[in-house]
Design a protein. Sequence first.
Length: 149
Amino acid sequence: MPPGGPRPPAGSDAPFTGGVAFAGTLMLCSGFLAFLQGVAAIAEDDVYARVGSYVYGLSLTGWGWIHLVLGILAAGTGAGLLRGADGARLPGVLLASLSLVAQFLFLPYEPVWSVVVMSIDVLVIRALATWRPGPGDREGRPPGRARWR
């Protein structure tokens, strides 16, 4: 075994570990789905049930705009994570946290969907918050590897 642990396979130029790639893919997909969720709510389609009195009473159009904006930002951050942007991890955690809260508040409109998206948000937060650089350098690249862009 080489000093510092096992080496990655030859030709492996990935700028991130599996956890960051997993989080980036989930953020890209959930951002796109949140965008569609927002469009459906803004169009006031019959997709969502009308809720009577609700403590966090925001119109369905208001919720649509929230999901639309969060979806666009999440998809952009997920794409940044997949491209290897070093500064995309903290915004990824923050956006997944905001999405988690928004989905919790959206529970009366679409309970099953909200719970599924909340689970995805928790997985994204865990993957991004527990990522640690490898033995190579501060950014996790093995010694001697060029930065991938």
